[in-house]
Write a protein that binds this ligand. Sequence first.
Ligand SMILES: NC(=O)c1ccc[n+]([C@@H]2O[C@H](COP(=O)([O-])OP(=O)(O)OC[C@H]3O[C@@H](n4cnc5c(N)ncnc54)[C@H](OP(=O)(O)O)[C@@H]3O)[C@@H](O)[C@H]2O)c1
Length: 330
Amino acid sequence: MPLITRFIASQLSTLPQLPKVDLSGRVYIVTGANCGIGLEIVRHLVPFRPGKIILACRNFQAGEQARAEILRQAPDVDIEVWKVDLASFASVKAFAKRCHTSLGRLDGVAMNAGMMGAAYQVTEDGHEIVTQVNALSPIYLALLLVPLLRKTLQQDISAKKPLPNPYIPRIIFTASRIAENSPTKFFDPEHPLAQLDSKEGYRKGTRYDESKLVEHSLVRHLIGVVPDLVITSTCPGFVDTPLYRDGGPAALAARAIGRSSEVGARSISHAILLLYKSVNYYADCKPYRLRIDWMNRKEGKKFGINFWKESLAVFEQSSPGLLAAAGLTS
Ligand SMILES: NC(=O)c1ccc[n+]([C@@H]2O[C@H](COP(=O)([O-])OP(=O)(O)OC[C@H]3O[C@@H](n4cnc5c(N)ncnc54)[C@H](OP(=O)(O)O)[C@@H]3O)[C@@H](O)[C@H]2O)c1
């Protein structure tokens, strides 16, 4: 079925309501939680009484506004706003350090924050900003948090805590099926990161799609090296959110046919509540086969392996010892 037909069928499908699950004592992080899909993920979790939810936001004030809004509906939920800027590895590192020192456990991370194409911009770490925010930093943060997620699993096993589903700590990425639409002909399988970071390699119109494809490629590798946690990429569908704040046809289309943020968040929340093993992709509240033939061809595989290796080298340089701590040797 062509992409457009699958897209329309998906947008028109009715997604299931979330099941009732007891999350008491469990601790969650939602990145990009101050608006759009992230805020709705938080709203989905709150009625199930989790022990704590961290709203991980780059704009602290916007996070506090979201927190106040949620507390008006559910005054006794423990919600904190912690600052993190995915355009800065130093910020990601500081956030992860705070998690390790302040949280006794971590049951799930909704790795949701993301941005649309902007004018070409390089971060303080030397990477093209959309690539860093949408792909590199979410994986970096995931790897930094793996030891805490594993510790939580071990605690529950030692305490013989009954695990619903069974409930294994998880990292759920908000990716996008738009990755199927990404051009791949400009990707350099030999030097993926250098090409993505270069000004010559940057096209504003397609960078978002490319960033979601390379994010998904990294998530697939992450699943391979962290088999004991639940990890997946999810797609919320086409959702009317501030992501399209720059206006243009996409904003108009989102307003006209986009899902509400609540419906868009359902696949992600569904995975947070119910998924019991890693799957490459999850959309419309069920496993989904992403159709990107290029990823399975020689040059796509080479790109994927090299991009993974280059990214790990960047993370290890930023946090020496990270790979060993996450149980990875290369
Ligand atoms: N809307 C869609 O149709 C759609 C479709 C597929 C996938 N997605 C994905 O869904 C996720 C959520 O997007 P959304 O649609 O809910 O858009 P949104 O309302 O714009 O939310 C994006 C969130 O990410 C945060 N963010 C952006 N850059 C950041 C940075 N450098 N550091 C930390 N946080 C940052 C934003 O913070 P600020 O408020 O401070 O900007 C905001 O909280 C994104 O990953 C997006 O790619 C969306």
